[in-house]
Every structure is written in structure tokens, then in C-alpha cells.
Design a protein around this ligand. Structure first.
Ligand code: C2O
Ligand code: CU
Ligand code: CU
Length: 461
């Protein structure tokens, strides 16, 4: 897209109107998608790991080095594979020239291990955390969370994936060969300047930075080569602010099998799926009957081709997707609980607030008792311009969406969630319980809104 378009779109310093977000440039499909390596444990067995936040240079464009950040790499991070029941020890090292934290998005860990803005590591500092993995199989992720600097650090490349496996996920007959038919897809949009650098400060938008260039797992112009079989895609919207709506260019449907925090009870057939920043979904696309000459691609609703598929003539296993995958339920008791916490999201640009206040690290906004389920009600109050979607996230817990504007949530939201969209004038009710104690953040996951103070703290005791 042209410079003119960029300036009129949402990459200037104006208020981001989500109906008018700059379109993504089509992937030409010339590069095979990068698959993040699985992080090996320090002794090559066992569950002790080392993660370094570091600076580097990455060849995103042929022959050009772009300055980037990464975990154990110059750009982005590895995939951490945990098993339910594991006691995991992670050595954290900050090799950046600035403060950072290591936050485990979606992981149910004690507040001290959560990597929120209180768990700062200064340049050169190290620390070790240890926790037990107590939750079910899911696709989670990790990223930094230093106060006021999250957006820039994530934008520069600090983000990685966490897979949790359990007995159920191992028993289910689902595509599960990592990088073969079980593919992680981290979607991010960037703005590159003429020197092909990410100059965050020059292009940052207070209302959420969006770019015209789509990267998947850090790959520019990616394509994915698949066999004629069912392929599982683990989608993460890892962008600072852009909402993605994924669909196939053929209009064919696919099935969703997992939400942020675990499997759905049964596969849900979908023609498109919207993920706001930080949300995940696992979907399965059936390539088994595709004729190799057919052009199939994953697209965004704005018309951009994100990921063209190249289909080999190899046929893979022809598994049937199980129709029973989990036993998630909302109990009558949970449905009847009174609302005990009310949250009002409001504002735009740097005037964003929660319940009329900006984040204050010294202020505890709410308390909640460990192991006790409460109902929170989140309302997005429109402003004079109509308002915008805020993706709302709470640390340290997977929770249940009870209703949206009084109605039951869509079938594909009837599973564990840690983030969800809240449209202007929408009210979302959730039932949430914290397994551990500590101080946890809740915030808008448009990272510039978070950095601008659209964040609060709940103390679990
Ligand atoms: Cu993705 Cu406060 O986190
Ligand atoms: Cu989080
Ligand atoms: Cu927001």
C-alpha cells in the first residue's frame, strides 16, 4: 500500500478506527514458513530451561539485516512444551539494555512467577522461577510485561509459544506432528521503514499500532507445504492491536477444536474466525480431498492472502476428528452467582481507563479469595466516536464466558478462555477462579492501551 494510504490509515498518530485499518499486503508465498524450534531442556532431559531475552539482527527481507529482539534467538522465541503435572524450572536472563519481565500468558502460576510489571529484571539480571503445570492441554504464549514498555518489546519480537500436553491430548486422535501437520502460526503485523527497520517509536500509535506487513512466525511472504491430510493450525494473534478474521479463500469451512485454554467439547464448524490480540484458537483444515492444483490460502477478512498452502501429492493419515474432546461445562451454580466485580472499559488513545482509573502499581483494585469462583462483568462504554473493541485479558487463570449481552456465548467460546473481545456497548459476564495466590493484572490487550494504563490489579489471597 502507498505512503498516502498509510498516513490516512491507522498508522498515523490518530485515533484508530477499526473499520478503517490499513490492509495487509498479500503474501507472495515465496518463503517456506519458519517453524519455531522446540526449546530443549538444559540437560536435554528433565524440565529445567533457560530463556534469554536478547537483541539481534534478522534477515526478514533478503540480504537485509533488521534489528530485532528475541528469546534465545534474534527474533521471536522457541516453543516451550510442558506436560500437565511437570514441575518446571526456568532460568530467566535479561540480556537487553532495558528492563523486561517474562510473562506466561494463560498459565495458571503463582503471582510471583507470573512475570507481571512487578517482576522486573534489570539489564544483565537473572532469576529462576519454579512452578507446577496444573492445567489441561492448551496453546499458551509468553511475552514481556514491563510497565509502559510492553508494546515496544513485543513489537520488536519478544513472543514465544507454550504448548501444554496432557493424557487427554495424547489420547485424542488429532494431527500432532509438530511442524508437519500440527503447525503453530504466530500472526503479527509490522511497519518497515525504507531501511527495512522496525522503528517502533516513529510509527507507534497510542491507540494500537498496526502495520501493513504481515509476518507469520516472523516469516515474510510465507507459504506452508502440507500433505493431503487433515492439518491442525494453532493460531495466535500476537499483534499489538490488529484484529484478525481468518477464512479460506475457497469459502470452505474448517473446524475449531480448541480455545485459549483447552479443547472444546466437540469440534465446531466455522467459515471464519475472529481473534483479537492475544487470543488463540486451534483449527483443523481438511486437505485430504484437495486437488493439488487448487489454490488454497488462509486469508484475512480484509482480502489479504496471509498464508498460501502448497499441497503435495502425498496422502497422510486419514483420521476422523473425535467428536468428544473435553468435559468443559458451566454449572447451574456458576450461572446463578451474583456479579461481584464490575469493570468498565472506556476511552481511546492515551485517555483509556478501567473504572475511570489508570494503572497504578501501588494500588490493588480488587481482591479475590483463592479457589473461590466469582462472576466478573466487563462493560465497554462507548464514547462520542462510538468506541472500539477492547480485547480484555486476566492473568493467572483460565475462565468461562457466561454471557454476552445476556445471551449465551457462541459455540466456539464455550471453552476455557483467558482473553476475549468486548465490543462497544457490550457486556460480558465471566466466571473466574484463581488456583494460586498473588497479584495478577487484568487489562486491555491492545498493547498500547495496556501501556497507557488500561490495566488494573487483583490480589488473590
Ligand atoms: Cu498477554 Cu498481561 O498479557
Ligand atoms: Cu497475560
Ligand atoms: Cu483497549
Amino acid at each position: 500500500s502507498s505512503e498516502g494510504e498509510m498516513n490516512n490509515g491507522s498508522m498515523g498518530n490518530g485515533h484508530m478506527d477499526h473499520d478503517d485499518v490499513v490492509s495487509l499486503i498479500d503474501s507472495t508465498g515465496e518463503n517456506e514458513l519458519n517453524i519455531p524450534p522446540i526449546l530443549k531442556s538444559d540437560s536435554n532431559k528433565g524440565t529445567e530451561y533457560t530463556i534469554r531475552a536478547q537483541k539481534g539482527e534478522t534477515e526478514i527481507f533478503d540480504g537485509v539485516q533488521t534489528k530485532t529482539y528475541g528469546y534465545n534467538a534474534s527474533f521471536l522465541g522457541p516453543m516451550l512444551q510442558f506436560e500437565k503435572g511437570d514441575t518446571v524450572k526456568i532460568n530467566l536472563i535479561n540480556e537487553l539494555n532495558e528492563n523486561t519481565t517474562f510473562h506466561w500468558h494463560g498459565l495458571e502460576v503463582p503471582g510471583n512467577d507470573d512475570g507481571g510489571p512487578h517482576n522486573v529484571l534489570e539489564p544483565g539480571e537473572e532469576s529462576t522461577i519454579e512452578f507446577e503445570v496444573t492445567q489441561e492441554a492448551a496453546t499458551l504464549w509468553f511475552h514481556p510485561h514491563p510497565e509502559g514498555k510492553t508494546s515496544e518489546q513485543v513489537y520488536n519480537g519478544l513472543a514465544g509459544l507454550i504448548y501444554i500436553e496432557d493424557q487427554n491430548s495424547k489420547n485424542l486422535e488429532l494431527p500432532s506432528e509438530y511442524g508437519e501437520n500440527d503447525i503453530p502460526l504466530v500472526f503479527q503485523d509490522k511497519v518497515f521503514n525504507d531501511e527495512k527497520q522496525l522503528n517502533y517509536k516513529a510509527i507507534a500509535n497510542e491507540d494500537g499500532t498496526v502495520g501493513d506487513t504481515s509476518l507469520i512466525n516472523g516469516t515474510l511472504n510465507p507459504k506452508l507445504t502440507v500433505d493431503k491430510e487433515k492439518v491442525r493450525l494453532r493460531l495466535l494473534n500476537g499483534s499489538n492491536a490488529r484484529n484478525y478474521t481468518f477464512k479460506l479463500n475457497t469459502g470452505d469451512s474448517f473446524v475449531q477444536v480448541a480455545t485459549d485454554g483447552g479443547f472444546l467439547n466437540e469440534p465446531v464448524s466455522m467459515e471464519e474466525i475472529t481473534l483479537t490480540p492475544s487470543e488463540r484458537a486451534e483449527i483443523i483444515i481438511d486437505f485430504s480431498k484437495v486437488d493439488g492444483n487448487e489454490n488454497i490460502a488462509l486469508m484475512n477478512e480484509d482480502g489479504a492472502t496471509l498464508l498460501p498452502f502448497e499441497i503435495t501429492d502425498q496422502t497422510g493419515k486419514n483420521m476422523d476428528i473425535p467428536d468428544e474432546m473435553n468435559d468443559f461445562s458451566v454449572t447451574e451454580e456458576e450461572k446463578n452467582l451474583p456479579v461481584t466485580k464490575e469493570i468498565e472499559l472506556f476511552g481511546m488513545m492515551d485517555h483509556v481507563t478501567i473504572n475511570g482509573k489508570k494503572f497504578d502499581p501501588e494500588r490493588i483494585d480488587f481482591t479475590q479469595e483463592q479457589g473461590v469462583t466469582e462472576v466478573w462483568e466487563i462493560y465497554n462504554k462507548p464514547d462520542m466516536m462510538g468506541g472500539m473493541i477492547h480485547p480484555f485479558h486476566i492473568h493467572g487463570a483460565q475462565f468461562k464466558i457466561l454471557s454476552r449481552n445476556g445471551e449465551a456465548p457462541a459455540e466456539n467460546e464455550r471453552g476455557w478462555k483467558d482473553s476475549f473481545s468486548v465490543a462497544p456497548d457490550e457486556t460480558v459476564k465471566i466466571a473466574i477462579q484463581f488456583k494460586n495466590k498473588g497479584i495478577y493484572m487484568f487489562h486491555c490487550h491492545i498493547l498500547e492501551h495496556e501501556d497507557n494504563g488500561m490495566m488494573g490489579q487483583v490480589k488473590v489471597e
